[in-house]
Design a protein around this ligand. Sequence first.
Ligand code: HEC
Length: 165
Amino acid sequence: MEKKPSLVLLVAFTLFIVGVIGTVILPYFDGEINEPTANAEARNYKVDSAEARGREVYIQNGCQTCHTQFVRSVQADINQNLGPATAGGDYKYDLPHLMGSNRTGPDLMWVGTRWNESWQRQHLIDPQSTSPGSIMPSFAYLSEQEMKDLIAYLMSLKPADAKPK
Ligand code: HEC
């Protein structure tokens, strides 16, 4: 085998292509993943709406480095009562997507169903006051406008059918 580097390369390349077809090409044509869901429509914020601006504040302040926005249908997520499992189509308009990969804090996909606006404000200003022992940093330095927009964004994070029309 080691005497035939071209064969090794060919096998490696073939495996790579199989991987690309399975994880990139086929999902691209999978309607179930690509069809925007009602949740995607609910998160398709109008340009310059409070929620769209709040989403920018979320990104600028690195919330996504400690919080994910996806719920899996696994026991660990069900135990935490994070809400319904999310589907590919929920992220159709989520650009750049904020799924994240690190849960230093809880998942925020449906956090709009868990707390009200005044709790959100109090928690962002002084996390330890609402959540004793929290290691989340204070965001008291945000301007009043940024704070309002960020809270509007957080409150919008709920399943589409939980939203009053
Ligand atoms: C250094 C990591 C870290 C960063 C950065 C961070 N958080 Fe948190 N967050 C946490 C931790 C840990 C908790 C759980 C304890 C608590 O409630 O404070 C939490 C909890 C929360 C909760 C309550 C979730 C629930 O279901 O109870 C919300 C809402 C939240 N964070 C929003 C934000 C927003 C918005 C930002 C950005 C402005 C942010 N976090 C940045 C670590 C972080």
